[in-house]
Design a protein around this ligand. Structure first.
Ligand SMILES: Cc1cc2nc3c(=O)[nH]c(=O)nc-3n(C[C@H](O)[C@H](O)[C@H](O)COP(=O)(O)OP(=O)(O)OC[C@H]3O[C@@H](n4cnc5c(N)ncnc54)[C@H](O)[C@@H]3O)c2cc1C
Length: 511
């Protein structure tokens, strides 16, 4: 702990300096799983990348003490030897504890445990003044409940005590085919009501083809001799990507009267979407014009982990051609949203993940209670992951329509992705009075606010990111050789090749 205290004290002094100079700062930790384009400057950021240790695991209390920059794969590797697991493990191995807390984290166990921040017993925070405080249900409780999903706009989190649950060696997966959104929703409702089910998520491949996948933590001794289902893995280069494997289950086992089951080791399950980042890795093949099949996936496997894909995305700034959004709605209105999406855009696959919302309002997706109690309505939510090439190239228009429809159906988006709301629209959705009050109380008003951090800047009707500089523009102006060189490297396929080399060489991609 001495090293931790010394690191935090140094960070706190730097925060205090920013405070004295009234300089807004951002939090840099060496990586990001957010898709919003961000650049950091050393002069205006706090570097928490040194906070990367799991300090202890308490097997009696079933808790662990973990610094904010610990990624999920490292966290799981530290707790699993004690046969313990965090209740919610966001699917990408590089998502950090601090990022999942401050940036909304959820997974297929969230129908039971809620968002990632619900696994936190207490958190150490450096406030904007440089003061170091602890927030828990009994100490600075408004900060504890409110800081989640505030994207680092209240303070810098440095240490967490996380609750853990008993782990088993395997997850038994059951694939439930569905032929309509309503059937998928009914299956989700049935499975999430069962005490025996630990994980539930689903994928719709079209309006009439999809499946819900449930998971139960099990050990092999749970089965009689020769009774265990077959075992499958998703992390080796010759393994099928999880979403393709799941789709195969629909056709291969359509004749079965009971849903198909199989076993996978627990870490294989938790990070099953890592290779190919759900299905977004397929966009890379398409962009380069490379056929997408088992052989090409095998050959290019080294590029397909989420860490490399995020690096490539940020280094190339090619995200502008895609709709990347997680949209959370009450189960009650989610069906209407899915039908509308199908009519208007028909973007598939779609990821479905049921989520229990927090009791208190926060910047996490939620539906506020009708009275002014600061509580949520508590109704179950369905998260819909929309990750697809932009229909008809109209990224702004399409995103704006999605946002408007979402709002009309009482939904909220996750803020890791681009946000196109105007400031006024944004604060009609999120509770400005509560948020501003929290920032004022904890002296964070000099920090950028959430809207400022997550909005997408639109200039002259064009979005300012992801648009390739025009070579012709460069040649027609008084440009120097450097501009020409930059322009050459900003066209297909060079911009992609450059991003790949940047990822391979581990070049800094956020500064
Ligand atoms: C296709 C796709 C699928 C996704 N699926 C999931 C999913 O299933 N589950 C899930 O949870 N997420 C998912 N995400 C979202 C993404 O992974 C989240 O944005 C994630 O929570 C970010 O984690 P990070 O550690 O990289 O944090 P960052 O992206 O680096 O940061 C997120 C925010 O937290 C703030 N922050 C980071 N560290 C600190 C700190 N120490 N103190 C204060 N503030 C801090 C940052 O300033 C930033 O505003 C998905 C994204 C994509 C593109």
């Amino acid at each position: 702990m001495d090293v931790h205290h010394a690191t935090v004290a140094t960070l706190a002094r730097r925060v205090a300096c920013f405070h004295a100079q009234k300089t807004p700062f951002r939090i840099y930790h060496g990586s990001t799983n957010s898709t919003r384009s961000t650049t950091f400057s050393d002069d205006t950021s706090i570097d928490t990348s040194g906070l990367k240790n799991v300090i202890s695991v308490d097997t009696q209390a079933q808790t662990c003490l973990v610094e904010s920059n610990v990624p999920m794969d490292m966290l799981v590797a530290a707790t699993l030897p004690f046969r313990l697991l965090p209740p919610v493990v966001p699917e990408f191995p590089g998502i950090t504890v601090g990022g999942a807390f401050a940036g909304t984290g959820g997974e297929s166990s969230s129908f039971r445990y809620g968002f990632f921040d619900q696994c936190v017993n207490w958190v150490e925070v450096i406030l904007a003044s440089g003061e170091i405080v602890t927030a828990s249900p009994v100490e600075n409780e408004d900060l504890y409940y409110g800081a989640a999903a505030t994207f680092g706009t209240i303070g810098v989190t440095t240490l967490f005590e996380l609750r853990l649950i008993p782990a088993h060696d395997f997850v038994e997966l059951t694939y439930h085919p569905c032929h309509a959104f309503s059937e998928a929703q009914q299956t989700i409702a049935k499975l999430t009501a069962s005490a025996d089910v630990d994980f539930v998520d689903g994928i719709m491949f079209s309006e009439t083809e999809g499946l819900v996948v449930s998971g139960c933590l099990v050990n092999l001794n749970h089965y009689g001799q020769g009774q265990a289902p077959p075992t499958v893995s998703f992390s080796r280069r010759w393994d099928q990507w999880f979403y393709l494997h799941a789709q195969d289950r629909i056709t291969t086992h359509a004749h079965l009267e009971v849903p198909y089951r199989e076993l996978t080791p627990v870490t294989e399950y938790l990070f099953r979407y890592d290779r190919g980042a759900f299905w977004t890795g397929a966009f890379v093949f398409k962009w380069f014009g490379i056929p997408f099949n088992r052989v090409t996936r095998y050959v290019l496997d080294w590029l397909m982990s989420t860490r490399i894909l995020y690096h490539g995305l940020h280094a190339s700034k090619l995200g502008g051609g895609y709709i990347i959004q997680d949209l959370c709605l009450p189960q009650e209105t989610a069906g209407e949203f899915l039908n509308w999406m199908n009519r208007e855009y028909a973007l598939y696959p779609l990821w479905l993940c049921p989520i229990k919302q927090n009791e208190r309002i926060s910047m996490n997706p939620h539906t506020p209670a009708t009275n002014d109690s600061g509580k949520t309505s508590g109704e179950p939510l369905l998260n819909i992951g929309v990750w697809a090439p932009c229909p008809s190239g109209n990224r702004i228009g399409c995103n704006r329509r999605l946002e408007a429809k979402l709002k009309s159906l009482r939904g909220m988006k996750w803020l890791y992705a681009d946000t196109f709301y105007t400031e006024e629209e944004f604060w009609c959705i999120y509770d400005r009075k509560w948020y501003s009050g929290l920032r004022k109380k904890y002296g964070a008003e000099n920090l950028p606010d959430v809207y400022e951090k997550v909005r997408t800047i639109i200039e002259d009707g064009r979005q300012n990111l992801g648009i390739l500089p025009s070579i012709t523009g460069v040649f027609s102006g008084d440009s120097c050789l450097h501009d020409v060189w930059k322009a050459v490297w900003s066209v297909w396929p060079l911009v992609g090749i450059k991003a790949i080399f940047s990822a391979i060489r581990g070049v800094e991609y956020l500064k």
